[in-house]
Design a protein around this ligand. Structure first.
Ligand code: SAH
Length: 351
């Protein structure tokens, strides 16, 4: 089997996980032409072939070699839960693990929230996904296929992607970056970089690495607390990468990329939703070009956290506004269909 220069273990080389640049190198390495890479991207992502035999613009030997070296294997869609403007998809992977993706229908297009890992090691107390430790990283193909399969099921194009499903994307960095390159490529899924958002709990070294890539994608940081005391209690990662260091790194990110950062802030009743918290948060972010996305907590049956009341949410919002912070309250999708991170998989596996 062709070795594409990265460690693949025993796994088959799935073609949906190979970037255009890697394919160009591949075609050259087998003594063929590098322009076949673009042709192949066209077959995979525009024409959506189901079998190698559908390719008509390459020599038979080249197609045979592709068939030997790569698979066209998909992931299995095992369950769809539909609501008016949100659908949740449960997929089964080749090792029988389950992951989920959520589709949200906005007036500006279809947005999908993809998973990046099976399980998650970050251990955020309020999050359903983290109840199961990381089993493995998703391969690039398994991330790309979440989009392809949903487009196929929906028969509509997906225009926006957020990496906010199960897992910590910066704990699966190389596969994440390859995924972004494939979906962003004009001959791949052609999803504009400004329509792609990566959400992290704040893995500082990876944020720094990400700053250097010039990808122009959006970065969201799950902040959820205005100080280390509260953040340490709900997000263990804060003990490794505390708020002041996170802020310093984000300032450098802003200098390098000139891209505004989004802070996600889940409002948890009695934990981080007081007026003092709002004031402290305003102070914390006032010298950063950012906006804050306030998220009403999606309650789960398994965790003890409660969502803040609407009055409390509005009070928090008003304080930020008064302090001239850009802030929005996230429109709610999917509380009826268990669309909080990790809920569908939990139900399936009856955890
Ligand atoms: N690990 C990444 C991405 C996955 S979580 C991160 O931490 O950003 C995506 C977002 O959903 C995070 O902001 C997370 O804190 C939030 N989230 C998790 N459980 C939630 C729930 N029950 N209700 C609302 N948001 C939740």
């Amino acid at each position: 089997m062709y070795n594409i220069g990265r460690n693949l273990g025993d796994s088959d080389m799935n073609i949906y996980g190979v970037s255009l640049e890697e394919l160009q190198d591949y075609f050259v390495s087998i003594g063929s032409k590098n322009f076949h890479a673009l042709q192949l991207f066209n077959w995979l992502y525009q024409k959506r072939i189901k079998a190698w035999s559908e390719i008509t613009d390459m020599k038979k030997e080249v197609i045979k070699k592709l068939e030997e070296d790569f698979t066209l294997e998909k992931i299995k869609l095992v369950k769809v839960e539909k609501d008016v403007d949100v659908c949740k998809y449960l997929f089964e992977l080749k090792d029988k693990e389950h992951i989920e993706a959520v589709l949200m229908k906005h007036d500006y297009g279809n947005s999908i929230c993809v998973s990046s890992q099976v399980g998650c090691n970050m251990g955020c107390c309020f999050c359903e996904s983290g109840r199961r430790k990381k089993v493995r990283n998703l391969e690039t193909a398994e991330m790309v296929l979440q989009i392809l399969m949903i487009e196929e099921e929906l028969q509509e194009r997906i225009s926006h992607v957020v990496v906010m499903g199960i897992g910590e994307p910066f704990d699966n960095y190389d596969n994440l970056i390859r995924f972004i390159k494939i979906i962003n490529n004009a001959k791949g899924l052609a999803i504009g970089s400004r329509h792609i958002t990566v959400s992290t709990c704040g893995i500082i070294p990876k944020i720094a690495e990400f700053s250097n890539l010039d990808l122009q994608v959006n970065l969201a940081v799950s902040l959820h607390a205005p100080n280390n005391e509260i953040r340490n209690q709900i997000m263990p990662i804060n003990k490794v990468y505390p708020i002041e260091k996170l802020k310093e790194t984000l300032k450098k990110y802003l200098e390098k990329t000139n891209r505004r950062v989004t802070f996600e802030y889940i409002l948890l009743n009695g934990i981080n939703d007081s007026e003092e918290c709002a004031l402290e948060l305003a102070k914390l972010v006032k010298d950063i070009n950012c906006y804050i996305n306030l998220i009403p907590y999606n309650e789960t049956n398994n965790l003890k956290f409660k969502r803040s009341s609407t009055i409390q949410i509005m009070r928090f919002y008003d304080i930020l506004k008064k302090n001239k912070i850009n802030v929005t309250i996230r429109r709610e999708f999917g509380s009826k269909i268990s669309a909080a991170c990790g809920q569908l998989r939990s139900k399936k596996e009856e955890l």
